[in-house]
Design a protein around this ligand. Structure first.
Ligand SMILES: NC(=O)c1ccc[n+]([C@@H]2O[C@H](COP(=O)([O-])OP(=O)(O)OC[C@H]3O[C@@H](n4cnc5c(N)ncnc54)[C@H](OP(=O)(O)O)[C@@H]3O)[C@@H](O)[C@H]2O)c1
Length: 228
């Protein structure tokens, strides 16, 4: 496939999502050894993927109605920007977010803070939209229901980090996985990978079908769909 066409006009079978949540897909870039950071956890990762990986990332974002990231990723990437149409959702328990970043200020009408009911949002800009689900921790099935029903999101792109990805995968709430393999090795037994959380027992390992694969330069672009 010509590189111009990879993930252009991405088709997502949203009808396969249950009525009470959006179609959920994750996109990440990882090293050959599966790590998803290039420096320390909590620092930006712009240098992990190539310029073309960033183009591909934009095409995947173009197919979404909303993007969800964890607060760890939000705090690590003050310069992160999104296509104008995207609703931007950030998950937090601490309420400690980079309020001065582009995430909050490029288009405040598109921003949603997702948190449990006990979270206090200190120093939040006036009028920031807040979605609460759960008491001490985000109740993910309830959060996804609210994202679908209250925000009208049918296609939800999750862009990490490892913590948020792991929780959603652990609850089997994800329909597709996009992965770019960058030709690098990072190492580290505690270095974040595509997804953290608790290991699944052998009998509960999840199966995915490879539905697209593209090799461009030194990178491989993979797309998997959950088989249930
Ligand atoms: N390679 C890639 O494609 C890629 C993509 C994204 C990010 N990254 C990198 O990954 C790192 C961040 O990943 P991470 O795993 O450390 O963090 P993360 O998943 O981005 O965010 C974790 C944070 O999300 C909030 N959170 C998660 N689950 C929650 C729950 N159930 N209830 C309430 N809040 C919840 C908490 O925020 P509070 O701490 O505010 O309570 C938690 O500390 C950064 O270095 C970033 O640059 C890499």
């Amino acid at each position: 496939m010509p590189r111009d066409e990879i993930y252009s006009d991405l088709e997502l079978p949203v009808q396969n999502a249950p009525d009470d949540r959006p179609y959920v897909f994750i996109n990440m870039v990882a090293t050959i050894d599966g790590k998803t950071i290039s420096s320390a956890r909590g620092e930006p990762v712009e240098d992990l993927g190539s310029d073309f990986d960033k183009v591909v990332m934009r095409r995947i974002e173009d197919a979404a109605d909303a993007v969800l990231i964890g607060a760890g990723s939000q705090r690590s990437s003050p310069k992160i920007t999104y296509p104008p149409h995207l609703i931007r959702i950030v998950a937090t328990r601490s309420g400690r977010l980079l309020w001065g970043s582009r995430f909050f200020n490029d288009d405040p009408s598109k921003v949603v803070v997702l948190c449990p009911s006990t979270t206090q949002l200190l120093n939040a800009p006036p009028g920031v939209r807040v979605l609460r689900a759960g008491t001490d921790s985000i109740d993910w099935p309830l959060a996804l229901r609210k994202i679908r029903e209250e925000l009208g999101v049918r296609r939800l792109l999750v862009e990490g980090g490892s913590d948020v990805n792991g929780q959603l995968l652990g609850l089997d709430l994800v329909n597709e996985l996009f992965l770019t393999i960058a030709p690098k090795v990072k190492l580290g037994s505690s270095t974040p990978t595509y997804a953290g959380a608790e290991a699944l027992p052998r009998g509960e390992m999840q199966n995915y079908r490879l539905i697209e694969e593209h090799c461009v330069g030194e990178e491989v672009f993979l797309r998997y769909r959950r088989i249930r």
